[in-house]
Design a protein around this ligand. Structure first.
Ligand code: LLP
Length: 412
């Protein structure tokens, strides 16, 4: 969807002051393009929304972990939410201090926990009783006492795609209320960690504020007997409108609904998608078209290996031409070269007549795009470019075939 950073000017799609055609000609396609100013504006909007709660924002690195973006986000005063040793490593390489990193995730290995402790990562979100035991054991030789928030599985079915709902009872995430209650009663058994609070994340692209409110109330009820435990990490999940038909609550609707509940609590928030999704596009080029079975196919050089969201979540990312024309707009399915029927970037969008080499932009691709890209079909991953006003720089170069083969034995 078009916004303040991605708009048509004189008939050509721009990212801020840059004509995207010029960029695509330099870099080739497929290429991810991000707007620095849009990321800053999104951060500002989230900071303003959660300012009344005095919340500490931890950007969810999993949404887009490019080092240049992490530096930009960290410089805006945002802390980091990492879900693997690798993401901690990334955050450290981007210059983020360990006190500003929170280590979450349902399956941390002991090697990852050791690494996080060696790095003196301040916060751990713990998802099982076994993990708490392991962390307590490993922390016994650490030079500091890490702080822990226990992840509650509130048994709440969030209104979102089933693949990104995490708060229902059958989900692998967090612990049910009775287990949390038990751990809190016996918290003295874990002397090498400081149990500081609870964590919730009931899903991503959340459609309803009230479900988060309910989950927070449940967490607060569990903590009622412990006035010295007052940290609540309310997770991420703030939704983004991908198409003009999407209607979702804005981040400040979540903040406003929670405000009356959260006075006096230390609050953490973990936004990912809402920081970067609408700050990025994937540019692709038309290779061929054909009409068959009553369907118009536009075959492009980008694919599900670049952006898997349409295949995995039936996500709708509008596809628009870089050169806008209203002439002869017709329905088209935009597909990639990969040998899979699910290799579709958009099932149904209105596109004009197109020729080979014409450029298209897949909108709203800044979150869970490049980070979920793969080398399937031996496809090198696309480069990433960061736009600052009318200048741009490559923040990750295009992979080569040799990059893809780097980790394999190559004996002749
Ligand atoms: N905190 C936790 C514990 C999470 O699991 C997630 C996302 C976030 C924060 C950030 O959520 P966000 O603000 O981005 O909604 N690949 C999927 C989304 C998976 C989300 C995983 N967890 C997609 O492309 O829609």
């Amino acid at each position: 969807m078009l916004n303040d950073s991605f708009f048509y000017h004189d008939g050509f799609l721009h990212c801020d002051a840059l004509d995207l055609r010029i960029l695509a000609e330099h870099t080739g396609t497929p290429v991810y393009v991000y707007s620095a100013s849009r990321i800053r504006a999104n951060l500002c909007r989230l900071q303003n929304a959660f300012a009344p709660l005095d919340a500490v924002l931890h950007y969810s690195i999993k949404a887009n972990g490019n080092l240049a973006l992490l530096r930009l986000i960290s410089q805006a005063g945002i802390d980091m939410d990492a879900v693997s040793g690798g993401e901690i490593y990334r955050a450290r390489r981007a210059g983020v201090a360990p006190q500003r990193i929170l280590f979450a995730g349902v399956g941390k290995t002991s090697a990852e926990i050791r690494y996080a402790l060696d790095e003196k990562v301040e916060w751990f979100n713990v998802e099982s009783a076994d993990e708490l035991c392991l962390l307590n054991t490993l922390a016994c030789t650490a030079s500091y006492t890490p702080s822990v928030v226990l992840r509650l599985n509130p048994g709440i079915e969030a209104q979102t795609h089933r693949h990104i709902a995490t708060g229902h009872a059958r989900a692998k995430f967090g612990m049910p209320a009775p287990i949390i209650a038990e751990l809190l009663v016996h918290r003295a058994d874990y002397p090498h960690v400081r149990i500081a609070g609870l964590h919730l994340h009931i899903g991503s692209q959340l459609g309803d504020v009230q479900e988060t409110v309910q989950a927070v109330q449940l967490a607060q009820a569990l903590l009622a007997p412990y006035p010295d435990i007052y940290t609540l990490d309310i997770g991420g999940g703030f939704p983004v409108a991908y198409t003009t038909d999407d209607e979702y609550p804005a981040p400040d609707a979540f903040a406003k609904a929670l405000f009356p509940l959260l006075k006096g609590w230390q609050i953490f928030v973990e936004p990912g998608r809402s920081v970067v999704a609408d700050a990025g596009v994937l540019l692709v080029s038309v290779l061929y078209h054909k009409e068959q079975g009553g369907q118009r196919f536009v075959i492009v050089d980008g694919s599900m290996t670049d952006l898997i969201r349409p295949a995995l979540y039936e996500a709708v990312h509008p596809v628009v031409p870089l050169h806008k024309t209203e002439l002869n707009l017709r329905d088209a399915m935009v597909v990639g070269p990969v040998c899979e029927s699910t290799d579709v970037l958009n099932r149904s969008c209105l596109l004009p007549d197109l020729s080979a080499s014409d450029y298209l932009a897949v909108m709203g691709a800044g979150a869970y795009g490049m980070v979920m890209a793969s080398n399937y079909n031996m496809r090198p991953r696309a480069p990433e470019v960061l736009v600052e006003n009318n200048t741009w720089r490559v923040i990750r170069r295009r992979e080569t075939w040799d990059d893809v083969l780097r980790c394999e034995e190559d004996e002749v």
